[in-house]
Design a protein around this ligand. Structure first.
Ligand SMILES: Nc1ncnc2c1ncn2[C@@H]1O[C@H](COP(=O)(O)OP(=O)(O)OP(=O)(O)O)[C@@H](O)[C@H]1O
Ligand SMILES: [Mg+2]
Length: 263
């Protein structure tokens, strides 16, 4: 089992959108996936058709068994029409109570200890996080094998990216003290990219200069992403032949390829 976490300390850069599409896409491709909503906004929970609920709070603070918090997502909520889903997708939900987890968990290993109970039954766990750092992020860093950073090609998103990288590096110092290895950086995904905007093109070049091959193909800004979100379906389910769906599948494929090297 591998744990992938989506991070950027700037709000609204595409963390939840990417987390839900990666989780659903990997399930379509045959993996057993758990999407964990670690944001009190509960948007990853809602995005796959569920009601907000304190799933992660119950798991980490009330010590609930997984069977009480894992919500099975029916394939019709995310499948490509007329194409069988070969994996499985579960969500651990969130609501405003997630905000209290940081004050209530006793040690940084809480997330790691609970989620490794799934070692033999799940292939991938995807964490969607909130933009505001907290002690919950600290515990997620201890559990995480690999991170993916979505960012728009704008100044404030880059600032959020830099802050997130600093916090990951600080977390790696802690991990080192406990004999844990570094967290693999899968990549940086430019999101909501406006191809005709000079500002975005220049900023993308700057990102590539700084991070080189870690920068993945940009995902173009298209209305269809918001339309799919409004009916709580992934773009490849809502509009399978769209350019947005193509971008989403390229992302899922790249995650699958990058995960191979994660130890
Ligand atoms: N490629 C895209 N084109 C157009 N709209 C997009 C695209 N990707 C995401 N969006 C929209 O942008 C908005 C913000 O995305 P999202 O909620 O994924 O960001 P976030 O980083 O999770 O935000 P927060 O930090 O508040 O949790 C959403 O309404 C989403 O539908
Ligand atoms: Mg979000």
């Amino acid at each position: 089992m591998k744990i992938i976490t989506l991070l950027n300390e700037k709000g609204g850069v595409g963390k939840t959108t990417l987390a839900t599409h990666i989780a659903a896409g990997l399930a379509v491709k045959g993996m057993r996936v758990v999407l964990v909503d670690a944001d009190p906004q509960g948007h990853a929970t809602v995005a796959l058709g569920l009601q907000k609920e304190p799933g992660l709070y119950d798991l980490l603070v009330r010590d609930a068994p997984f069977k009480n918090v894992l919500r099975f997502i029916p394939p019709q909520n995310y499948q490509v029409p007329n194409q069988a889903v070969t994996g499985q997708l579960f969500v651990i939900g969130s609501n405003v109570e997630t905000r209290n987890i940081a004050n209530s968990i006793s040690d940084s290993f809480s997330v790691s200890e609970r989620f490794h109970e799934l070692d033999n039954s799940i292939d991938v766990i995807v964490f969607d996080t909130s933009p505001t750092p907290s002690l919950l992020h600290g515990s997620i860093y201890i559990a995480t094998d690999a991170v993916l950073y979505p960012t728009t090609c704008e100044y404030l998103s880059f600032d959020g990216l830099v802050e997130s990288i600093k916090h990951r590096q600080a977390a790696e110092t802690h991990r080192g003290q406990w004999g844990l290895n570094k967290i693999e950086v899968l990549g940086i995904v430019p999101t909501m990219f406006r191809t005709k905007t000079l500002e975005h093109s220049e900023n993308l070049n700057q990102l590539k200069q700084q991070f080189g091959s870690l920068v993945w193909e940009p995902i173009t800004q298209r209305t269809i992403w918001a339309e799919a979100a409004a009916i709580r379906r992934p773009v490849f389910s809502f509009a399978p032949d769209s350019k947005a769906a193509e971008d989403a599948w390229n992302l899922v494929k790249r995650v699958q390829e990058a995960m191979v090297s994660v130890s």
